[in-house]
Each structure stands twice: as C-alpha cells, then as structure tokens.
Ligand binder design. Structure first.
Ligand SMILES: [Zn+2]
Length: 672
C-alpha cells in the first residue's frame, strides 16, 4: 500500500493520512536523502545543476511530506499523531544538524560559489550565501568534540521546546468554567453564551460551560460584568503551565524555560557568539543588540508618557484603581462611551463570507490575481476549504487551505504555514500552497461566523503572509516566499495588509450587515477608525514589554546562574509598563512565541516590521490605496522576491529610501 505522505500529488491527501504513516515515511525519506547526498559528494558532483539543484529537490520532497504532519498535529491533535510527531522530531533535528554540520557539503557549496558565483542569477547566489552563512552559524569548522556537543544541544532543544508547547496545550484544555447562574454571564456576547450552552450540552451538563480557549478568554476579559468571573478566567489563563493557579504545578514550564535558555546560550557560545541574542541577529535585518535595544527604548520614550496618561484616564473613568483583569473590561466601556462603538456591535457587519469576498476583491484589485474556491478538494475537517489563486488568464499561481474556526484539539492563535513551497527546476515544478489558520468563533446554527474588526485584521494579517508565500516568483524553495526572509522583515507583508482593513475605500467591500446587507454606516466607520489610536500608547508599551523582556532575557543570560526570568520581567515592567499585573501572573510560562516558536530574541521584530509596513503603506496613501503602479512595485520588489534578496535593499528599491519611523507614529496617533 502506498504511503500517502510519499506520493507526488500537488496537494496532501489529507483523508488518507494516518498516524501510522508518519514515522515510516519520514524514516524512508531521511534514508533516501542521506544516500543521495553521499552519492553526490562521493561522485564529485559540482556546480549549481550538478549539486545544488538536486539538494534543493530532496529538501523540497522532505518538506512536503512533513508539512501536513506538523499541520495536523497543530490543528487535529490526537494522542496517536502526537506520539508519531514526537517520534520524528529528534530524527529530523538530527538530520538537519548533520546536514548543517556537513563539512564536505559546505566546501562543495563554497566551490560552486567560487566557480559560478558571477554567472548565477541573484536568487541562486542569495541561496548559496545563506547556505554558507548557516554553515558558519552551525559551527561547521568546529573541532569534532564541540561539533558533536552542538548537535546534542540542538536535538535536546527541539524536544524541550515541544514539551513546552504540550504543557501549554494540556493546561489550556484542562480548565473550563461551569456556570449555573445565568446572572454570572451578564455582559457576555450572545454568541459566547450560545457556544457555552452548546459546550455544556455536549458535555451532558446543565447550564453553561466556558472552556479556556482564546475567544472565551477574550470575551470574558472584555465583556463579563462579573469581576470574580473575570478574575478567575484571568488567573487560569496567566498561570497556565506554571506553579500557580488552578492547576498549579501540574504542567509547570518553569524548569523547561531555564533549560531552554541554558541550551540556547550554550549553542550560541559553541559557534562563537557571546549570547543567543547575538546569534539571533546574525540572520536578521538588524545587526547589533544595541541597535535593537535602542530602537525599542526610542519607541518606549515616545509611547510611555502617552500610556501613563491613558491609564490614568481609564482609572478615572472606572472611578477606582484597576487590576489586570479590569483593564480590558473598562477599556471596552470607555471606548464604547467615547467612540460609541464596540467590537461586539460591529460583529453583525462582518459576516465571514462577506469579509472573505471583500478581501479577495482587494487582492484582485491590487495584484490582478483571482481567488477561486475548489470545493472538491479533499480536506481534513469539514470546516476547512481550499482555494486556488489564478492569473487573469487562468494560469494557476498557487493555493491555500483555509481553516478558520476554533475547535477542540486545535492550537490557539492564527498563523500561515507552508504546505507546499514553490519550485521550478528543469522538469520539476510545484506551485506554492499555504495553510491559513485562525480561531474565530464558529457559526452558530445557520448564522455565519460573525467577526470582530480585530478578527478581520487577523485575517488580513495572515493573508498578507499567505500572499508572500503564494505570489512568489522565486524558483528555489530555500529562498522562495517567506523562506530566507529575515524574521524582523517577515511581518512586513502581513502588517502591511492590515492597513487595508482600516480604509474608507475597503470597509464597504468587507462589511454587510448580516440581517440587512447594509455596509458599515459612515459614522460607525469614522468611530471604528478612531479606535485605531485609542489607547495606542498602552498597546505599544505592552508590545515593548514583551520585546524587551525577550531580548534582554537572551542578551543578558549568564551561564551557571539562575535564568532570571521573573527578575528580568520585573525590571522591564519597571522600565516600560503602566499596568502592574498581580504577583501570581506567570505569563512567561505560556509565552510560546519566544520559548517554543521562532521569536526567541526576535519578538522586537513585530515593532520593527510595523515601522517597515507603516512606511510601505505610506506609499499607497500618497498614490491611492488601489494604485496599480504602486501595487506592482510592491509585488515586484517585495512579495514576489521572497528571501531571494537583502530585505533592506528590497525596501529601498520599493520606497526609494530607507524606512522611517514617523509614518508609524502618525498611524498610532503618537507623533509629537
Ligand atoms: Zn504574522
């Protein structure tokens, strides 16, 4: 019987994939790749065509097999799949470390660069430059003992980080709140209440059941009039995977955080960096730790006084000192009073089908491509849909799986991931395919999912990442789409896309009242736009708190000493925060971005990229948001080029100059 992970179909055959296929497929591909590599190197393969192209091809094959496994593990988690997935992690890490440490391969790539560097096209040359840089970072020329230690550290790190994630998922799934007295639900949106009723029914209980997922947490924090309910939810959320809170000590990530920081620091030292922060910056648009800290503190200088004013105003509005679990609730009330617009009141104007159709129209008007549903495509869950992206003349360009609703066993948050990378090399061709995942409130009964404007922004954001992946023209997977793009530039296309969801020209395209079909009325539109700068200072310092915490934690780590997680967070809060969380807050224990995701010593990238994206969108503000010439330049200089060129050069080519910070400050209403 054929293993569905090993076929060459353009899309994964989701219905056929079982946990039992995973390990055999991955083992077989790893064996085959190892044999191919040996025969290339021993057979004296040289040059781009002889050496680099076959290696690109085999990596592409492996990525295609592994992608649906990682994806399903995130969105359709089961014990069997998790076991299979975890069994493969050390195999893959060992394989990648081995490759990254292959001295002969490094030397062979260097020979290709020396012999053909002048003749190769820029994306081929960038691919080689990246590969040679990564060999350097992986300590290829280290003495054997240190090299071996490096491999062990990286393997261990992958396993510990995966455990960090599991702890968060388990701790999240373990907690829910039963409600028997309807009065306790006062203030909550009706969709949340209905969902809680359904959850209780499904569990065979009377009353209402509020599981600890992101939409429920958000709804309770923002709307629940009951302070005890808010406090309980807050405590459950911010103590997940820690020694505090309702499941204290059960999935505690504290020792894992210490282990992760120690392993990262050791890895950085082994390859010649003073800290993991320096190691992280070796592949980024920013180059020095001081540059990053200065950038963050510059933004803090401008935004903290504004944040302090905003918080004082909020406490005055509430008429009492506020706790962390009060801030969202009173902010929403104040916003509603001042701007008379609540996220919940906007929901009926943003039914998902309308938002999606409007988003697709925006993409077509900007870039000339069309988005076409393919309802016959096999998917892994009835909520999931597949779409093709096609040129005006019908030529296929790529596609995506759209998985938008929260459900049990699905990781929280929203993200875009690569399903298939674009590849075009003599005879072989594959089109880029993405996964676009959100956790929106599911449809209730026959009513479509109704989005908040924040949800709309999330969708535009992830779609921006998706376009970066799917519109790429680069032929080599390693530098196509988001691959090879520095982390601190990777959010440029996504945050750039969010800007459209705020515009007069776009809101009528993405809104239509679920009952009447009316677009968002002009006065609501104006108020909505007013919300963009509402508490901009508080929001900015919150992001700066995360960014400074992450960066300092990795920059200042001292081996042998305590990891100083809580201390660093406290110092950062002294420096930038205006809301002081309670002592039981263990936010770092579920901070997956930096402990298990790709943002370690890189969380600053969000703000860094906001500067880039606000400035890039400035070009559209100058020429018109649907200006085809500007869109063509953005497409040609940035989206289509992916990681095949230097991020700063690409930006300068598009904008005609280096990025400037003022457009972001203007956008946030923080300009002096
Ligand atoms: Zn993003």
């Amino acid at each position: 019987m054929t293993n569905p992970l090993l076929t060459d179909s353009p899309l994964p055959d989701f219905p056929a994939i079982e946990a039992a296929h995973v390990e055999p497929a991955i083992r077989q591909l790893l064996d085959r790749n190892r044999r191919t590599l040996v025969s290339l190197l021993e057979g004296g393969a040289e040059g781009w065509d002889g050496l680099v192209a076959p290696i690109e091809r085999m990596h592409h094959r492996l990525a295609r097999a592994w992608s649906p496994v990682g994806h399903l593990n995130g969105v359709m988690n089961s014990d069997e799949l998790r076991t299979a997935y975890n069994a493969c992690l050390p195999l893959l890490t060992a394989y990648h470390t081995e490759l990254a440490q292959n001295e002969r391969l490094c030397a062979a790539y260097q020979r290709v660069m020396d012999a053909e560097g002048e003749r190769l096209d820029p994306s081929q040359r960038k691919l080689l430059e990246n590969a040679l840089r990564d060999f350097r970072l992986a300590g290829v020329s280290l003495p054997a003992d240190r090299k071996q230690r490096f491999g062990q550290v990286m393997e261990k790190l992958a396993t510990v980080q995966a455990r960090f994630d599991e702890n968060v998922l388990d701790a999240t799934n373990a907690w829910s709140r039963e409600v028997s007295d309807e009065a306790e639900l006062a203030g909550l949106p009706s969709t949340t209440v209905q969902r809680a009723r359904q959850a209780a029914e499904a569990a065979g209980k009377a009353g209402w059941l509020l599981p600890l997922d992101a939409p429920n947490y958000q709804a309770v924090m923002t709307h629940a009039e009951s302070e005890p309910l808010r406090r309980e939810f807050y405590e459950a959320w911010v103590t997940r995977a820690s020694e505090q809170g309702p499941h204290a000590g059960q999935w505690d990530n504290t020792p894992l955080m210490a282990e992760i920081l120690a392993l990262r620091h050791e890895a950085a030292n082994l390859v010649g960096f003073a800290s993991f922060a320096e190691y992280s910056l070796a592949t980024k648009m920013a180059h020095e730790p001081a540059e990053v800290l200065e950038f963050l503190r510059e933004l803090a200088r401008v935004s903290r006084p504004a944040a302090q004013r905003e918080f004082a105003e909020l406490e005055k509005f509430a008429g009492r000192p506020l706790q962390s679990w009060d801030v969202g609730f009173y902010s929403e009330r104040m916003k509603r009073e001042r701007l008379d617009v609540s996220e919940e009141a906007l929901r009926p104007y943003f039914p998902l089908p309308r938002v999606l159709a409007g988003l697709f129209t925006v993409v077509t008007r900007l870039y000339g491509v069309r988005i076409v549903g393919r309802p016959d495509t096999a998917v892994y869950h009835p909520d999931v849909r597949y779409f093709d992206i096609v040129e005006r003349d019908g030529t296929p360009r790529g596609g995506f799986f759209l998985d938008l609703y929260a459900r049990p066993k699905k990781r929280g948050g929203a993200w875009m991931d690569e399903c298939v990378g674009r590849m075009r090399m003599s005879g072989d061709q594959s089109l880029p395919v993405a996964y676009l995942v959100c956790n929106f409130t599911p449809p209730v009964g026959d009513q479509p999912s109704l989005l908040t404007h924040h949800d709309v922004l999330t969708l535009f954001h992830e779609f921006g990442h998706g376009l970066h992946h799917m519109l790429t023209r680069v032929d080599y997977p390693s530098v196509a789409g988001i691959n090879g793009v520095p982390w601190d530039a990777v959010e440029l296309p996504s945050q750039f896309m969010e800007n459209f969801a705020w515009r007069d020209e776009v809101l009528p395209l993405i809104s239509a009242h679920v009952g009447t079909g009316e677009p968002l009325p002009v006065e609501m539109l104006k108020k909505l736009q007013g919300t963009r700068t509402f508490q901009a200072g508080m929001q900015t310092v919150r992001q700066l708190e995360f960014a400074l915490f992450d960066f300092r934690l990795h920059a200042e780590y001292q081996p042998g000493g305590p990891p100083r997680v809580a201390e660093t967070l406290a110092e950062v809060r002294d420096e930038v925060a205006v809301v002081r969380p309670p002592a039981f807050n263990r936010f770092p224990n579920s901070f997956q971005h930096i402990f298990s995701g790709g943002y370690a010593a890189g969380y600053y990238s969000y703000k860094w990229a906001e500067v880039l994206s606000a400035d890039a969108f400035g070009a559209f503000e100058e020429h018109g948001v649907f200006d085809r010439a500007t869109a063509r330049r953005f497409l040609g200089s940035i989206l289509e080029r992916g990681g095949s060129r230097d991020a700063m050069e690409a930006f300068v080519e598009f904008r005609g100059r280096k990025p400037e910070i003022e457009p972001l400050l203007r956008q946030m209403g923080l300009a002096a």
